[in-house]
Design a protein around this ligand. Structure first.
Ligand SMILES: Nc1ncnc2c1ncn2[C@@H]1O[C@H](COP(=O)(O)OP(=O)(O)OP(=O)(O)O)[C@@H](O)[C@H]1O
Ligand SMILES: [Mg+2]
Length: 327
């Protein structure tokens, strides 16, 4: 991973469902925390897996929780996010209640396509604007120097929705700016759009696997992003790359020698079959990766398949090390 990725303020992760977006969010967070950055992982109504990956089993709810040194997490839900966002804009619970209790208003809101997604994107953005109130007060030099308050989070990682939903979500600020009457909603949508379109602060990172379906979804996602969004594209992260240990050296020589011919020993034949399957899997993956290299033509970062059914902190740290370019 280019170290620049951990230097950004806002990362949006997307890709086909199940490819490893949450795993990669956890690994990037660990890599960033290892270099002293304070990170928030903002999940979009996710299935509960993140806590376990970072060693804090138990649900991550809609309240920001510390889950590892330097890493906080929150699992946003549309309803909760809309409430919190509305409170920030409208300031008073009573106003919120009066407004949202009205059936007409609720009907109007539910008719806005993508409002749910926007509430979560808006909440993730809002976390990028939070400042370290306590630290700032505690550090008299900062006050004397009159420097800008430090952000509470150096990096917010949005563990975003799958491909098509992510594009729809990221289009909404523009739609609000074009269509909504001037007011706090438009002001925030502008700030959000400025953040999303600033390559020094934001990148969209597509996670994929070296298989046909996720790879073609990656190409579609990147071309939709290039066509419809103003957002910098980070490297494509190819997750779960099968091992190449059987592609070279003595094992490969043995596989070539037998080439599916019976050896006379059924146990050996069964073992060779499995080994040949693993090697073929790797060859298929390499072909998919070669195509990804030319289309979409973004830098690729490869993450290995890890032989564990239940990824925990040890495995996540292995992936974080790979992201940082360590063997
Ligand atoms: N590099 C890896 N090696 C082995 N297993 C992995 C790897 N990356 C992810 N997995 C496994 O794949 C599954 C899906 O991963 P993850 O939950 O990160 O995907 P996701 O894209 O966030 O899925 P969802 O669409 O459900 O949000 C998990 O069981 C995870 O443990
Ligand atoms: Mg996930």
């Amino acid at each position: 991973m280019p170290s620049a990725l951990t230097d950004l303020r806002f990362l949006v992760l997307s890709g086909k469902g199940g490819v490893g977006r949450t795993t990669v969010a956890a690994a990037i967070a660990r890599a960033a925390a290892a270099v002293g950055r304070r990170v928030l992982i903002a999940q979009t109504d996710a299935v509960e897996r993140l806590g376990k990956m970072l060693g804090r089993p138990g649900p991550i709810g809609s309240t920001v929780t510390n889950i590892a040194p330097g890493i906080d997490a929150v699992n946003m839900t549309p309803k909760e996010s809309l409430h919190q966002y509305a409170l920030l804009v409208l300031k008073y619970e009573a106003v919120y209640r009066a407004l949202f209790a009205s059936r007409a208003v609720r009907g109007f809101l539910s008719a806005i396509p993508g409002l749910d997604a926007y509430a979560m994107l808006g909440k993730a953005w809002w976390h990028t604007t939070e400042v370290r109130g306590d630290d700032h007060r505690a550090d008299p030099r900062a006050a004397v120097a009159g420097g800008p308050p430090r952000p509470k989070y150096d990096l917010v990682i949005l563990d975003g929705p799958a491909s098509g939903h992510a594009i729809a979500m990221l289009k909404i600020p523009g739609a609000i700016i074009d269509a909504a009457p001037a007011g706090p909603l438009v002001k925030d949508a502008r700030a959000l759009r400025d953040l999303l379109s600033d390559p020094n602060r934001t990148a969209l990172v597509v996670v994929t696997r070296p298989e046909e379906l996720p790879a073609s979804e990656t190409r579609e996602l990147v071309s939709a992003a290039r066509r419809d969004l103003h957002i910098a594209l980070g490297p494509v992260i190819v997750n779960v790359v099968p091992p190449d240990r059987l592609s070279h050296g003595p094992v490969a020589t043995v596989l070539d020698r037998f080439g599916g011919r019976p050896s006379g020993d059924p146990a050996l034949d069964a073992t060779l079959d499995i080994a040949a399957g693993v090697r073929a899997h790797r060859q298929t993956a390499e072909a998919v990766i070669a195509r990804l290299q030319t289309d979409p033509g973004l830098p690729l970062v490869l993450l290995p398949w890890l032989p564990s059914t239940d990824l925990g902190p040890r495995e996540i740290d292995q992936l974080a090390a790979k992201l940082m370019g360590r063997p």
